[in-house]
Design a protein around this ligand. Structure first.
Ligand SMILES: O=P(O)(O)OC[C@H]1O[C@H](O)[C@H](O)[C@@H](O)[C@@H]1O
Length: 580
C-alpha cells in the first residue's frame, strides 16, 4: 500500500471506542470474578441460548458496561456490514479477490446466495446430490473395486483444511450410536503427513482390493498430498495394475484439470470452489464425500443443517444475543485489551478430541496477521494462541499453569447426554456425571480461586500457604450442548468459524488469506532441488547459510549411504504382501 493510501486507512485502534475500552481495563483489573459472579442482574444477561446450545459468558472478566463498549467498537469496525458482505458474496478476501462463502455449502436448496451475480446454491447441491448417489453405491456395494470386491475402507489423503475438519467430524461421530450403526463394516482412515511413517500407519491392515483412496486437495498442488497420492497410486497399481486407479482413486478439488492429469476419472472428481477457504471447507465435498461414504449422506446432511442453524442465527440475531458475535467480541477483549494471548479449548467429551486441532487452524491461520486488510502495519497483535485437549486429560497435564501460572482464557465445552452412557450400580454417580463434575468444577476453581484466609481456616501450615493459594479471577466460557450428534457438531463448528471471523472483522484484517504459509514452501523447494542434485549428480550443498549447509551436508552424507546415489523404488515390503 502506498503512503497516501496508508494515511487514509483508519485503524480501529485510532477510534474513540478503542480508547474507551483501553481506559476501561483498569476498572476491570480492579474487579474480581468473585464479585462479578455475585451480581445477579449481570448473570441473567450473560447466559445465552440458541437452538439448544447454551453459552455462559458469566466467567468473563467483563461487565454489562464492557459489553456496551464492545458493541460500540463493533459499530466502529462496521461489524454488521461486514457480516452482511460475507453472506452477500462480496469479495471480502481482498488479497485474493474472492468471496468467502462457506455458508453457502450448508444452505438449504431454496436459499439464494450469490457470488459474482450467480446463485451458487444450485452448484453446491449438484455436488451434494452427486455425493449422495456415489456414496450410496459404495455403501451398498454396487460400486466395487477392480476385483469385484466391496470397497469397505477409505483412505482420505489431505492436509491442513483438507484433513483437520473431516478428522474432527469423523472423530465426533465415531461413537454416536446412530452414526456408528450406519458405519458398521466400514473404516475411514486419514493420511496427512508426508512422513512415510504416516503412510505405513494409515495403510496398516488394509488391502488394495477393498480400499478406496480419496485425494483431497483444494489446489491439487500441495506437495505433501500429491506425494502421498502418488505413493498410494503405486501401492494400488503394484497389486492391481494400472487400470485399477479409476476404480480405487477419487478426488475432491477445485482444480479438475490436475485431477484428470493425475489419472483420476473426471466422473469420480467432486468439485468445490475458490470461494471456499481450505480451513472452512469441511462442509464442501472435502468433508461431505468421505463422511458420507462412512456414515451415509443423510447423517452428513444433518451436520450441514446444524451449521446452517448457526449461520442463520449469526446473520440475523442482534449482537447482544448472538453467540458467535459475543464470543468473538469477548475474545478480542481478552487478547487485545486484557493482554491474554492464548486460549485453551477444553471439551469434556472424548468425541470432541479433535476440536482443538481443527480450530487451531481455523483460528490461527485466519487471524495470525500483522497488517490490516489495507496493508497497514498493525500497532496491536491479532490472533490468539489456541491449544487444547479433552478436559480431564488436560487437568492432569497443563491445567497447573492455567490455575497458578499464566492467565489463559478457557473454553469449557460440556455435554448433557453422553453418546455412550455407563453407570455402575453402587457408584456415587454415572461415569458421565463424573466427567461433568470436572466440567462444572474447573470453571469455578479458575474464577474464584482460593484465598490465604480460607487456607488458614483449614489449618494449612503457614509456609505452604503461598503455594496453595489460587488468585482466581481467571476467565472462561462454558458451552453446554445437549448431546454430540451430527447436528450439534455442525452447530459447534459454525459457532467457532463465525467467532473467528468476528475477531478478524474487529481487528480489521483479512481472515481469509494465508500468505504466511508460502515462504516455507518456497524454501523447501530449494532444499528439495539441492537434495536431488546431490543424490543424482553428487553436487555439493551450495547457496545456504552455514547452519543449513552443515546440517544438510551431514544429512545427505548419511542418507546417501542408506538409499544409494541412484535410488530405486523403496516400499515397505509388508504393505505389498497378500494384497490380492
Ligand atoms: O487443500 P490443499 O490445496 O491441498 O491445501 C491444504 C492446506 O495447504 C496450505 O498449507 C494452506 O495453508 C492451508 O490452508 C490448506 O488447507
Amino acid at each position: 500500500m502506498d503512503s497516501e493510501a496508508a494515511s487514509k486507512a483508519v485503524l480501529i485502534s485510532n477510534s474513540e471506542a478503542w480508547q474507551d475500552l483501553k481506559n476501561h481495563v483498569t476498572e476491570i483489573n480492579n474487579t474480581h470474578l468473585r464479585d462479578l459472579l455475585s451480581d445477579e442482574e449481570r448473570l441473567k444477561s450473560f447466559i445465552i441460548e440458541h437452538d439448544g446450545v447454551v453459552v455462559d459468558f458469566s466467567r468473563q472478566r467483563a461487565t454489562k458496561e464492557t459489553l456496551t463498549k464492545l458493541f460500540s467498537l463493533a459499530k466502529e469496525a462496521k461489524l454488521k456490514e461486514k457480516i452482511d458482505k460475507l453472506f452477500a458474496g462480496d469479495h471480502i478476501n481482498a488479497t485474493e479477490n474472492r468471496s468467502v462463502l462457506h455458508v453457502a455449502l450448508r444452505a438449504p436448496r431454496d436459499v439464494v446466495i450469490t457470488s459474482e451475480g450467480k446463485n451458487v446454491v444450485p452448484d453446491v447441491w449438484n455436488v451434494l446430490d452427486k455425493i449422495k448417489v456415489f456414496s450410496n453405491k459404495i455403501r451398498e456395494g454396487s460400486l466395487v473395486g477392480a476385483t469385484g470386491k466391496p470397497l469397505t475402507d477409505v483412505v482420505a489423503i489431505g492436509i491442513g483444511g483438507s484433513f483437520l475438519g473431516p478428522l474432527f467430524v469423523h472423530t465426533a461421530l465415531k461413537t454416536e450410536p446412530k452414526a456408528s450403526e450406519l458405519a458398521k463394516g466400514r473404516k475411514l482412515h486419514f493420511l496427512a503427513n508426508v512422513d512415510p511413517i504416516d503412510v505405513v500407519r494409515a495403510l496398516d491392515g488394509l488391502k488394495q482390493e477393498t480400499t478406496l483412496v480419496v485425494v483431497v486437495s483444494k489446489t491439487f498442488t500441495t506437495a505433501e498430498t500429491m506425494l502421498n497420492a502418488r505413493t498410494l497410486r503405486t501401492w494400488i497399481t503394484a497389486a492391481l495394475g494400472q487400470g485399477a486407479v479409476s476404480k480405487h482413486m477419487v478426488a475432491v478439488s477445485t482444480n479438475l484439470k490436475l485431477v484428470k492429469d493425475f489419472g483420476i476419472n473426471p466422473e469420480n472428481a467432486f468439485t468445490f470452489w475458490d470461494w471456499v477457504g481450505g480451513r472452512y471447507s469441511v462442509c464442501s465435498a472435502v468433508g461431505v464425500l468421505p463422511l458420507s461414504i462412512q456414515y451415509g449422506f443423510d447423517t452428513v446432511n444433518r451436520f450441514l443443517q446444524g451449521a446452517w442453524s448457526v449461520d442463520e442465527h449469526f446473520r440475523t440475531t442482534p449482537f447482544d444475543k448472538n453467540l458467535p458475535v459475543l464470543l468473538g467480541l469477548l475474545s478480542v477483549w481478552n487478547v487485545t485489551f486484557l493482554g491474554f494471548p492464548a486460549r485453551a479449548i477444553l471439551p469434556y467429551c472424548q468425541a470432541l478430541e479433535k476440536l482443538a486441532p481443527h480450530i487451531q487452524q481455523v483460528s490461527m491461520e485466519s487471524n495470525g496477521k500483522g497488517v490490516s486488510i489495507e496493508g497497514v502495519q498493525l500497532p496491536y497483535e491479532t490472533g490468539e494462541i489456541d491449544f487444547g485437549e479433552p478436559g480431564t486429560n488436560g487437568q492432569h497435564s497443563f491445567y497447573q499453569l492455567i490455575h497458578q501460572g499464566r492467565v489463559i482464557p478457557c473454553d469449557f465445552i460440556g455435554v448433557i447426554e453422553s453418546q455412550q452412557p455407563i453407570y455402575l450400580k453402587g457408584e456415587v454417580v454415572s461415569n458421565h456425571d463424573e466427567l461433568m463434575s470436572n466440567f462444572f468444577a474447573q470453571a469455578d476453581a479458575l474464577a474464584y480461586g482460593k484465598t490465604s484466609d480460607e487456607l488458614r481456616a483449614e489449618g494449612v501450615p503457614e509456609k505452604l500457604i503461598p503455594h496453595k493459594t489460587f488468585k482466581g479471577n481467571r476467565p472462561s466460557v462454558s458451552i453446554l450442548l445437549k448431546n454430540v450428534t451430527p447436528f450439534t457438531v455442525g452447530q459447534l463448528l459454525a459457532i467457532y468459524e463465525h467467532r473467528v471471523a468476528v475477531q478478524g472483522f474487529l481487528w480489521g484484517i483479512n481472515s481469509f488469506d494465508q500468505w504466511g504459509v508460502e515462504l516455507g514452501k518456497v524454501l523447501a523447494s530449494r532444499v528439495r532441488a539441492q537434495i536431488n542434485a546431490s543424490h543424482t549428480k553428487g553436487k555439493a550443498v551450495e547457496g545456504f547459510n552455514y547452519s543449513t549447509t552443515t546440517l544438510l551436508t551431514r544429512y545427505l552424507k548419511e542418507s546417501i549411504q542408506v538409499m544409494g546415489s541412484e535410488p530405486d523404488t523403496i516400499f515397505p515390503s509388508h504393505l505389498l504382501e497378500d494384497c490380492t
